[in-house]
Design a protein around this ligand. Sequence first.
Ligand SMILES: *Cc1c(COP(=O)(O)O)cnc(C)c1O
Length: 408
Amino acid sequence: MNTQLQPTRNDILPPHVDHLSAILPDDPLLMMGAGPVPIPSAVARANSLVINHLGETMAKIITQVKDMARYVFQTRSNWVLGVAGPGSAAMEMAICNLVWPGTRVLSICNGFFSGRMAEMSRRAGADVVTMNEIFPHSMSLERLEALLDEHRPHCLTLVQGETSNTTFNNDVKNIARLAKARGCLVIVDAVCTLSTTPFEMDDWQVDAVITGGQKGLSSIPGVSLLAFSDAAWSRIRERPTPNTHWCLDALLAENFWHKASYHYTAPVSGVLALHEALRLVCEETLPVRFARHLRCSTALQDSIEAMGLSLFAPAESRLNSVVGINLPEGITNQAVCSTISSRYQVEISGSFGLPIVRIGQMGEQCRAHHLFRTVHALGSTMRDLGATVDLPSGMAELENSLQRSKAD
Ligand SMILES: *Cc1c(COP(=O)(O)O)cnc(C)c1O
């Protein structure tokens, strides 16, 4: 037997690839954009482990992840599931299980992500009607009622926080009430808002809620969570034809998430990371976490205005978990994002076509020391690019605002 290694074909040679340390910056960048966000060290440690995806340890982890997710979603529903994939995979899982050819969907659209829910519904074969209003506070509930009566949708989709243009829908409860009174299921994207601001799945009668790992929960990107109500689960059970998405089929996912058996190999490291992230939320408790987010986001907004910059969203529709800042004349978001990253090692986000930059206030981003560094970096960047800003006033206001809310 020839035990010698076969020579490789020498017309295709291995490429020279840099060691990671040659690619990554010496100082880690501070992740202050619209996600992913910094992760606590306990989450990073959990993410470095690989365990048996069907063993007893994993079964215990899954039980606890579901219990903690119920607290974070504020639901008693049994139907909590996870998915290997981004927030959009959870969104697609919610939609493709509840929507099939012929389903009527009403989509409240006020930006990129709410538009994505409408598009996913269309692709699943639904007859979709959209209600467009960029600033949720100016949305008319009477018009919504008229559309519900006219179109008689099986499902309504909406986003609690539109990360894309930094607007917030603070009327989810009333919107859901109108839909539910007509037997319409309510699907809510809480990807950037969950655990940053109140969300009450049961009290608000939400039938499907989705979230990602890399935003408010401060876990890694790529493992997401969703929950269905009993009414949603009945519709899933009664669907006329099997879901064409095999990986996203909720009834198959039930095998892993509720019966300790196999669907696909779960992203074990990411699930362990999510377990740690959820445990930290439970340890902090939701009311304390919401207060921390409000205090930090308010201080960030106050300091940006004190510096002489203005905010994109009107106060009535402003999202706290991602803050949109108007750009001074002649300055592009590409210039701001690349300068703040290369000179000050802070990452922030541009936007989908709007002349704004966005700074996140989700999970670990809401820490005073990160705010001081970020506000300083933003003001310095604006100055470097030729804008007139009053950076000392911005820094002073950051401190004052944090002190004011501490005294409350
Ligand atoms: C980030 C985000 C998503 C998409 O999440 P991905 O993980 O990028 O797929 C969807 N909706 C909202 C509101 C988001 O903020």
